[in-house]
Design a protein around this ligand. Sequence first.
Ligand code: SAM
Length: 247
Amino acid sequence: MTFTAQILTLYPEMFPGPLGTSLAGRAREEGKWALNTVNPRDFTTDKHRSVDDTPAGGGAGMVLRADVMATAVDFASGKQPNAPILAMTPRGKPLTQARIRDISSGPGVTIICGRFEGFDERLFEGRNIEQVSIGDYVLSGGEMGALVLLDACIRLFPGVMGATASGDDESFEHGILEYPQYTRPQIWEGRIIPEVLRSGDHAKIAAWRKQRAEEDTRLRRPDLWERRRDASDQSPSGAQGKDKDKE
Ligand code: SAM
């Protein structure tokens, strides 16, 4: 079955956008994924085709109406009842590689892109929608977030990346960052590729990479490092995991 992405957006012309080129574009041509856009404006009932209205309680901007958005969501989810429905919002749960892997192994996804001040909260009370964020910053619309989410999913489809193993080693797959990478030339501006990577000793290379991945995660992403420690503390072999981290 082809993974199908349905995007609810007021700007359907933004799709496939960058997903029409490179790996994702080729994968789409090969039928590894399909894309449909649904414009909530097509589900309006008034003569002005309004999808938004002023915020209850006052304040700046406009809010996407629950009734119009829900009709569009119902239409889209009717086409793919088994696909999760996600809404892009900075108030959502941050997306993780684990959630991306989950979604990419399913039948598809329906993504609701917000605009203006966002959604009427009752949309989330009335429908089974997962609210997700792509980071602690504010975009002008959910479309970029949808593209980010889809790009992360598509590269995981079988046969999309060159080597089958090339996704397994990467940042976040094991809860930490990837080790640093180097390539030719061997010396650049007086900087030389670490000796161990030139040694041909695979065991030493693996040990160096593990150590750098852990060290960089500890320094750059203490949040990830803590989470990993907490997870290993809670696992049956927690004590062992903790000792190992201290080495
Ligand atoms: N008033 C909202 C708030 O402060 O939480 C921000 C609305 S933003 C200007 C418009 C739309 O962009 C949102 O409804 C959402 O779809 C999208 N958006 C903005 N930042 C996002 C983020 N970090 N992650 C996912 N979507 C985001």
